[in-house]
Write a protein that binds this ligand. Structure first.
Ligand SMILES: Cc1cc2nc3c(=O)[nH]c(=O)nc-3n(C[C@H](O)[C@H](O)[C@H](O)COP(=O)(O)OP(=O)(O)OC[C@H]3O[C@@H](n4cnc5c(N)ncnc54)[C@H](O)[C@@H]3O)c2cc1C
Length: 402
């Protein structure tokens, strides 16, 4: 029981490859994209995910690549601050172990940690899976067919592994009623270093975050209006332009920048809720198994935690993979469920549907200025309520296992 095919080199995939390699398995990563994705949105990163990154020796690089936010500011149509709070509260609650970084940077750093030690195949994907008594036969879309002892789907919200083994996404997807888009622009003005600016209208928000190298990231979250998302980048740009063109603040300027953007992230805000995360020799990790959505604010950390627990349980089970898969689920299921419920509750506060809701949300955020209130409200969600086993997996140095 040594060879493991991992589908997806996002966050969960490389993290799992790392810990499996540390436990003396032979992982292989297959990634559909021709190269690791660059740019995209930023994530807040703390807690157990941060602790695991430290164990992987990545803290220095993560903090260099990341940003330490000073302020979250809600602005009105004239750009005036109407509510907000100092982001030092996050730092205080996590003893300084909190960073905002591009998802693509975290993915790259995790992947680089396995470079040269884990076989990685880009520009390919699993086409078919055929489970036998002693292995899984894998047919790739491009490469030749191969056999692996186990197959793990780390291929995100729209996991193909899940679709092949468990059935269509519609059976497991809970749409939270919003869609999301993000893009990056160069040379945008104004710049507000380490401040997250947010502008809201009923049913939609637009966020701006200043990045290094004269880049700016924009995030749109808006109420879903139809079943199907527009299919092409041009149609998506046109959709966003229609939705935001009459809004105040910098919306027109941001839409002009969007027109020039080469790539645009666009997806539904959804969760994945499954009865089981494994079947036979095939299991799922990260968003593929239990996407909590951006509204939980911790999906990357959960992807890393699930990868670590799965690798640890496989290492401890000495070949009894069914036992490992069962224990992996038992350890994490209720923790994940609580995160999913929290995200569902938070949806209305992120982009309130009515003018009244918007005003009320702003009043609540304003009240964060009251001593202790922000600590109370944010503290409840920021502290990890789970302890994960140690497993005693060694760290891998860049080259050999130590
Ligand atoms: C706008 C936004 C903001 C977010 N903010 C935060 C935040 O603040 N904090 C936080 O912790 N999390 C945040 N998240 C969530 C976080 O990004 C995800 O939970 C996390 O990326 C999940 O990691 P993953 O590896 O499971 O999936 P992904 O990161 O989606 O990676 C999946 C990988 O699989 C590849 N793939 C897909 N299909 C196939 C296939 N058929 N074959 C092979 N490879 C395939 C993809 O190319 C990708 O590389 C946010 C998400 C969004 C959308």
């Amino acid at each position: 029981m040594r060879t493991v095919l991992i589908s997806g080199a996002g966050i969960a995939g490389p993290a799992l490859a790392y810990w499996l390699k540390a436990a003396d398995f032979e992982p292989t990563l297959v990634e559909r994209a021709p190269a690791l994705r660059q740019g995209g949105y930023v994530i807040d990163f703390w807690g157990l995910g941060y602790d695991l990154a430290e164990r992987m020796g990545l803290l220095g690089e993560i903090n260099r690549a990341g940003y330490h936010m000073r302020e979250m500011r809600i602005v009105d149509r004239a750009g005036q601050s109407v509510a907000g709070f100092g982001a030092e509260i996050f730092s205080e609650l996590t003893a300084g172990r909190y960073v905002t970084l591009q998802r693509s940077d975290l993915s790259r750093l995790l992947f680089e940690r396995t470079r040269g030690q884990v076989e990685s195949i880009f520009d390919d994907t699993i086409a078919a899976l055929d489970e036998q008594t002693n292995c899984v036969r894998v047919q790739f879309e491009r490469g030749r067919g191969r056999q692996f002892d186990l197959v793990i789907g780390a291929d995100g919200l729209h996991s193909r592994t899940r679709a092949l083994v468990f059935g269509p996404q519609s059976r497991f997807e809970k749409h939270l009623g919003y869609d999301v888009a993000a893009f990056e622009a160069r040379g945008y003005r104004p710049r507000d270093e380490d401040i997250y600016l947010m502008y809201g209208r009923p049913g939609r928000m637009l966020g701006r975050f200043t990045l290094r190298d004269d880049r700016t990231l924009f995030l749109f979250v808006f109420l879903s209006t139809r079943e199907e998302l527009p299919a092409t980048t041009d149609a998506r740009k046109a959709f966003l332009a229609d939705l935001y063109r009459h809004d105040g603040w910098e919306c027109c300027q941001i839409l002009a920048a969007l027109e020039q953007a080469e790539s645009l992230y666009f997806d539904s805000v959804s969760q994945i809720r499954m009865q089981h995360w494994s079947r036979g020799r095939i299991a799922l990790v990260g968003d593929a198994a239990f996407c909590v959505s951006l509204l939980a604010g911790q999906g990357s950390a959960l992807a890393m935690i699930s990868a670590y627990v799965l690798a640890g349980e496989l290492a401890s089970a000495h070949g009894q993979y069914q036992l490992a898969f069962r224990r992996y689920e038992t350890l994490l299921r209720s923790y994940i469920k609580a995160k999913q419920r929290g995200a569902e509750r938070f949806a209305g506060a992120f982009a309130p549907k009515t003018e009244f809701g918007l005003r009320f949300r702003n009043l609540v955020v304003k009240a964060f200025a009251l001593p202790g209130l922000a600590r109370l409200v944010i503290g409840r969600d920021i502290v990890d309520s789970i302890q994960i086993p140690q497993y005693g997996l060694p760290s891998i140095s860049r080259g050999t296992i130590v």
